[in-house]
Design a protein. Structure first.
Length: 127
């Protein structure tokens, strides 16, 4: 899995003129697949979108800022309440088998390898 070109933090998109934050991720590989952990603090499940389009995995989320309407901000450091990041999935990964969980602001994705791409033991017959 490789990362698609992702603009730097808070860089404007040429097409939509939106800005976003790039979530930090850790990716671990084992014999059966990849585990991706993405930091998305403040993003609830209902504002998180995961999409696979072709060989691309897209992660998008919006921070839930719940402030009473009658209060005005004295200090607002979160200027960009959206996250976005994309990755290219290699052919050996099974995009239909991706599993996702969100816990305490951390997105946990499990991306299995196709059966043909997983290592297997070959039994040796005595002739």
């Amino acid at each position: 899995m490789t990362e698609k070109h992702t603009p730097t933090r808070r860089e404007a998109s040429d097409t939509s003129r939106e800005t976003w934050l790039v979530p930090q991720v850790d990716i671990h590989e084992d014999d059966s697949g990849l585990t991706l952990l993405a930091d998305l603090p403040g993003v609830p499940k209902d504002r998180l979108t995961l999409r696979v389009e072709g060989d691309a995995l897209h992660i998008e989320g919006e921070i839930a800022v719940d402030a009473p309407a009658d209060l005005s901000s004295v200090l607002a450091e979160v200027q960009v309440p959206r996250y976005r990041r994309s990755f290219t999935l290699s052919r050996e990964l099974d995009s239909a088998g991706i599993q996702a969980a969100l816990n305490d602001g951390v997105l946990h994705l499990r991306i299995p390898k196709l059966a043909d791409a997983q290592p297997r033991r070959i039994d040796i017959q005595v002739a």
